[in-house]
Design a protein. Structure first.
Lengths: 152, 664
């Protein structure tokens, strides 16, 4: 156990101390990453090589330098291009549906699993007279696990 | 020559239809001859499609521009390996590649399962299913999107390849990914065979598992290689953009992951029989859906270089496959009863159930986000874009939960865990994680997501190391082997278990790499005249103008840089055929802990006096992702390795192998 934790410590010591750097460039990238390039397919303003994206980055840079907040800049772009300019679909209007979907899906899945578990637990309390085909296999599995835990 | 390829494909279509009819009729009238004839027809399909593929490859290799496909996708300036890679770069060619891989998989399966045995009952159905998919592919190839269309007046040179695809990654990422999608057909075929034959015991699961592992590792590596290719070629500092085409290739892999875990419930405990069938059906449907999205260009994507009209055919085929397999499934559902019940919520069984929920949850969230722009367009006629932030926010928590489960699951026993057991097993991994958090805080890692993520990674690492250490120590005590040998034979004798742990370790590496590079990426842009420098995270980059190199068919512009005194040359490549679409070659300096990633965005002037515009990124831990990919392959190969010593196995056939081999 000791050498195990020692190994972990050693690995971590090798990790360089990584620190955040914040600058105007990072600010431009931070905002541009939240904007979809209007003339490209599936690229953000931060990554797109198109001229329009470069212009938009310049606009962001100017506005940031003038002290505008990120949200203000994003709102300006939404004003001229509509919601679809945002890479993160807003939680309003038609875009709300994309956020609700996974929540509903996951909740349904979890509910179904819960229901199944309840049914399983209930029927397992009922006496099970028929010998299960895998009883022998269970014994063997337990034996196998036992051997693995306590020497082969 | 074009006619020859076309004849092969039409012949393969006819033979595939014959194989379906002969196999099914053979079962119906119990005729061995018919069944054997169906299998021979399947072999013949493989031979014909191979011949057609070689015809196209020869056309590409010898620049036969009388073939439209060769003219559209290659040029004389392309080297031989690139010209051959053009085989799968366009739509018709990639369809042919799909048909070819599928036919080869079919032949391999038939050959491996040729001996008599209980599995033989599945084979006619397996042939019928695989040949149905093959018939669909050859139908498209022969009559809708043929790669052998002739040009009446062959031009002297071809159009050439999309510049994005000129890269080493191009020679390996697409074939892996496409083959990975197609490979799920085989475990799917066994599931359908089990439903059709009514033999719904564990035989089909055991047969499916092997082929599912093959599909899983090919598709997994296809995805990782795609990330690697994007990282080197696209020049935006990342490797995964949550692009629709990336997503559709990831979804079958996620559900397939649920399948290869879930079938252990059936193998060990006779549980989840009905559910496992559903999982492999979904995996296959998603693979076909992926094929459809990749080839139809229905979703906006950087991969949209292969738009087409074959989309409706795929959609019809997918619909028919769903209706047909679900019909068969509900007809057999009464026979898919579980043999055992869940004994406790604290058990391996429960952890597998949770695993299924999480993997399906992620797959569904990604599916929903990917198709939602279409949904919104259809129901409200509104344009919605769903970008990376959605996928990160939705998949992130679920991925974290999967990491947690990956640390817990292997430590829970089957059936029921006792309190002592829990303490005995969880003490070390939990301490590992807690100690890790303290150390990370000391190093100034204070981002809550990074802390949580790394903490989970360390927890899983603790679990895996503990399992290996305990196993090896126990073996050392029991057999007197030295530690290294004990570890080796431990893995050899329990290859499924310990190979699986290595795959888990690979996922931890990939997870840590993704966390590091997502959260701690640093970036700057700089316009530098010769002699000027920019500094980022301890790297000082000094510009020395540009250098232009003219090669046959391509003009290469190097940004000449020195990084802390050493040379680094990011490139832009201008292919003569596509002068407006330069491709990027990133200047990369990689260490185990971080990558310096420099993109030459633009320049003004010429030669050593030019001013260069650079994008500079420092991406921590990215190489861990690629290392994870290698380990993923290694671990999967170990789990698939045949069990040791078949001689002893047959000698002690009545006893479980481990029990019989105790004294060895």
């Amino acid at each position: 156990v000791k050498w195990l934790s020692a190994a972990v410590v050693a690995t971590l010591l090798l990790l360089p101390a990584i620190a955040h750097a914040d600058s105007l460039d990072n600010g431009v990238r931070r905002v541009a990453l939240q904007l979809q390039c209007p003339v490209c397919e599936g690229e953000t303003v931060a990554d797109s090589p198109s001229g329009l994206a470069a212009d938009m980055r310049a606009v962001i840079r100017t506005k940031l330098a003038e002290g505008e907040a990120d949200q203000q800049i994003l709102d300006d772009f939404v004003g001229s291009y509509g919601d679809s300019i945002l890479t993160e679909p807003p939680k309003r209007g038609i875009s709300l549906g994309v956020w609700i979907g996974p929540v509903v899906g996951f909740a349904l899945g979890a509910a179904l699993l819960g229901l199944m578990l309840r049914l399983w637990r209930r029927s397992s309390r009922a006496p099970n007279l028929a010998p299960s085909a895998s009883v022998d296999k269970d014994v063997v599995d337990d034996y196998r696990r036992f051997r693995q835990e306590f020497g082969q | 020559v074009p006619a020859l390829g076309q004849i092969c494909i039409v012949g393969a279509f006819g033979l595939a239809l014959y194989a379906i009819v002969a196999s099914l009729a053979g079962v119906r009238v119990s005729s061995r001859e018919l069944i054997a004839s169906g299998q021979n027809a399947a072999y013949a399909v493989t031979a014909l499609i191979t011949a057609a593929s070689l015809t196209l490859l020869a056309g590409l290799a010898f620049h036969d521009f009388s073939l439209r496909y060769v003219w559209e996708h290659s040029s004389r300036a392309m080297s031989m390996d690139l010209a051959l890679a053009a085989f799968y770069s366009g739509q018709q060619g990639s369809l042919l590649y799909w048909a070819w891989t599928l036919s080869i998989f079919a032949a391999i399966v038939l050959w491996q399962q040729r001996k008599p045995g209980p599995h033989r009952v599945f084979m006619p159905y397996v042939v019928a299913v695989l040949m149905t998919i093959e018939a669909f592919m050859t139908l498209l190839l022969g009559f809708v999107a043929t790669p052998f269309e002739a040009l009446p007046h062959p031009p002297s040179d071809g159009v050439g390849l999309n510049p994005l695809l000129y890269d080493a990654g191009m020679r390996i990422h697409p074939p892996m990914l496409l083959a990975g999608l197609m490979a799920w057909s085989v475990p799917f075929a066994f599931a359908i065979a089990a439903l059709a034959s009514g033999k719904l015991g564990n035989e089909w699961v055991a047969l499916s598992r092997r082929y599912a592992m093959v599909a899983w590792v090919i598709l997994g590596l296809g995805n990782i290689l795609g990330a690697w290719w994007a990282y080197h070629v696209l020049g935006w500092g990342g490797y995964w953009g949550w692009d629709p085409v990336e997503n559709v290739a990831l979804m079958p892999w996620l559900v397939g992951t649920a399948f290869i875990h879930s079938i252990q419930m059936q193998e060990r405990r006779g549980m989840l029989k009905a559910w496992n069938v559903i999982l492999i059906l979904i995996t296959f449907f998603l693979s076909i859906f992926g094929t459809f999205v990749v080839r139809s260009g229905i979703l906006a994507s950087v991969h949209a270089f292969a738009l087409s009209e074959i989309g409706p055919f795929f959609l019809t085929f997918l619909g028919a496959a769903i209706v047909g397999s679900l019909g068969l499934y509900f007809w057999r559902l009464p026979r898919l009863r579980s043999e055992n019940q869940l004994d406790s919520f604290l058990s391996r069984e429960a952890s597998f159930l949770l695993n299924n929920l999480l993997f399906l949850g992620i797959a569904f969230a990604i599916f929903w986000g990917t198709i939602y722009p279409l949904v919104a367009e259809a129901i409200a006629n509104q344009k919605v874009s769903v970008g990376p932030p959605y996928f990160k926010q939705v998949a992130g928590p679920l991925l974290a939960a999967i990491l947690l489960l990956m640390g817990i699951g292997p430590l829970l026993p089957w059936r029921r865990a006792s309190r002592d057991h829990l303490v005995h097993n969880f003490l070390i991994p939990v301490s590992c994680a807690l100690l890790g958090v303290v150390l990370l805080l000391l190093f100034g890692i204070d981002d809550p997501f990074a802390l949580l993520g790394f903490c989970l990674c360390l927890f899983v690492l603790g679990t895996i190391l503990q399992e290996f250490t305990r196993g090896a120590l126990a073996r050392h005590r029991a057999t007197g082997e030295n530690y290294v040998l004990a570890l080796g034979s431990l893995i050899r004798r329990n290859n499924r278990r310990y190979g699986g742990y290595l795959v888990h370790l690979a996922i931890v590496l990939i997870g840590a790499g993704a966390l590091g590079s997502q959260i701690y990426q640093q970036q700057t842009v700089a316009a530098l005249a010769p002699g000027q420098s920019v500094t980022l995270a301890g790297y000082t980059i000094t510009a020395q103008g540009i250098q232009t190199i003219q090669q046959p068919g391509v003009k290469i512009v190097d940004g000449v840089l020195s990084v802390n005194g050493q040379d680094l040359r990011p490139e832009k490549q201008y292919f003569d055929n596509f002068p407006q679409e330069p491709s990027t070659k990133v200047g990369l300096r990689s260490t185990p802990f971080e990558d310096l990633y420099v993109v030459l965005a633009d320049w003004t002037g010429d030669g050593s006096s030019a001013q260069v515009d650079l994008g500079v990124f420092v991406n921590p831990l990215v190489s861990w992702i690629w290392a994870g990919g290698v380990l993923l392959l290694l671990g999967t190969l170990i789990t698939m390795w045949p069990p040791p010593s078949p001689a002893r196995r047959t000698a002690t056939v009545s006893l479980p192998r481990e029990a019989a081999g105790v004294s060895a």
